[in-house]
Design a protein around this ligand. Sequence first.
Ligand code: SAH
Length: 267
Amino acid sequence: MKQRPSFPARLDSGKTQAVPKTLLGATRVLTPQSPARAKPVAMTSPTGVGLESSTIRARMVKKLMDQGVDDAWVLDAMGRVERHRFVDSALVNQAYEDTSLPIGLGQTISKPNVVARMIALLRAAPGLKGEAMMGRVLEIGTGCGYQAAVLSCLAREVYSIERLRGLHDKARENLRPLRLANVHLIFGDGMLGYPQGAPYSAIISAAGGEHVPQAWVDQLAMGGRLVAPTQTASGQQALVVIDKTPQGLEKTLLEAVNFVPLKSGIA
Ligand code: SAH
């Protein structure tokens, strides 16, 4: 049993619908004191570590804003999901730094900035037409489950697939206390996507391969958007955005990134 500090604050799926509509587009006024993020949390003591955790998270959100993340809904979700619950107890002190951290089996939890950036890209899909919630989302590479928890605030259903049994189990354990009814964890090879949940309005990969697998494109809904790390012509890794439109696929290559490799099969 891992030792966790007893942060009492909880993310539960009931609260995820409660982001006020007025928050939409109101990124400028979203400060750490914003009532939009001041969710009622079950604090046992106002001076406990729980309060400290939300303060540190608010600081992380402020930094994300400074770095250019301007989607208020994404910032809200990043402010609510307790990242420290997803890292090893020895790394809890670094949980809110803008860095990737080891989660075991040679894999890493992505940097908060990268998580926020990729989800903001998904939400900016023209096909989403500014709707608050995404429909069904497929995540490839559950890892420790952190990004799946963030996605659960912003999508109706989240299907997250992981090829390493040890991490699939770890994510299940990390997510269990949060009781996120809209997150479905799957153990399997994400290179094949997950046809049972298709079509997806959004697909996000936390692992980068040479190509974007055709199965992902096939399982993307019309008007849907896929964001993934992929190899560029120069052999580097960069983010690619693929929009499925009635006119065909629209691909946009963005900034260089550094994700763990996308591998086939399960282990
Ligand atoms: N989203 C995760 C990041 C995990 S790192 C988080 O929030 O922590 C990327 C993960 O992708 C690793 O756990 C790795 O095992 C997984 N992965 C790589 N190839 C995969 C594949 N084909 N199918 C499913 N998962 C894969």
